[in-house]
Design a binder for this molecule. Structure first.
Ligand SMILES: Nc1ncnc2c1ncn2[C@@H]1O[C@H](COP(=O)(O)OP(=O)(O)OP(=O)(O)O)[C@@H](O)[C@H]1O
Length: 222
């Protein structure tokens, strides 16, 4: 369960304060955070990912308020508990797909477990690309490798930032299906941030940010 309360963030002194809606997201209740450009979606995702530190508020995952963590403790928590999927793939290009996943595990202080790496690639239908470099794959295949890397540490929270915006309808649906089915299998909470309205029907909770600059408010669909 991910539970956030009264999260706020401000870019520098004098900048607008973003006040984010409280979230309560359980396993098998994936949440979609929608909002137009500039409404603060990426800011929100970066807070949830522990990349930005909130000005105030709490974020609790598996009993830990990680808004209170910093330094090495936050790095370890993020590496082991949170899997991040971004809009555009980025990889260590000199390394193979398999090696990219191994690095993701080692960076989080986990052993590079060949069995887990293989089964993660297999579940995403990309085990045959394990020894290729990511640049030798299509954009859609790279997207699946990025999802595999986000899942390889078996995180408790999967966050995805605009994972489908650059994809056509068929591939967008495939990515949405993969994220939801893998999250359910791992017993992980899934939160997707997007302006892609096509995803709305796939998600249990939809939270909308309004395009306001000094205060972000939301409507929560039951
Ligand atoms: N580093 C920064 N310094 C100051 N202001 C910033 C910074 N990053 C973002 N902002 C501002 O905060 C607001 C929200 O940005 P954010 O990227 O979170 O929006 P978004 O909803 O994700 O937009 P998009 O869909 O276009 O990516 C924008 O007005 C943006 O200009």
């Amino acid at each position: 369960m991910l539970v956030t309360s009264r999260l706020t963030y401000r870019y520098g002194e004098g900048g607008p304060t973003f006040r984010f809606p409280d979230l309560r997201v359980g396993v098998s209740e994936p949440a979609l955070l929608l909002g137009p450009s500039g409404s603060g979606k990426s800011t929100w995702l970066h807070l949830l990912a522990g990349i930005l530190t909130p000005e105030s508020g709490s974020m609790e995952l598996a009993g830990t308020d990680y808004a209170q963590l910093g330094g090495a403790a936050l790095d370890r928590f993020r590496g082991q508990q949170i899997g991040l999927v971004l809009q555009r793939p980025y990889f260590l290009e000199a390394l193979t797909v398999r090696e990219n996943l191994a690095i993701a595990r080692r960076t989080a202080g986990l052993p590079a477990d060949a069995t887990i790496i293989h089964s993660t690639l297999e579940q995403l239908g990309i085990d045959r690309y394990a020894d290729r470099r990511p640049t030798q794959l299509s954009v859609g295949e790279q997207q699946r490798v990025m999802i595999a890397r986000a899942l390889v540490n078996q995180p408790k929270l999967i966050l995805a930032d605009e994972p489908t915006s650059a994809l056509d309808k068929v591939n967008a649906q495939r990515v949405s299906d993969l994220l939801r089915s893998r999250a359910a299998e791992l017993g992980a909470v899934l939160v997707v941030v997007t302006h892609d309205e096509r995803l709305r029907a796939d998600f249990t909770q939809v939270v909308e940010l309004r395009p306001v600059t000094d205060q972000a408010t939301a409507r929560v669909d039951p």
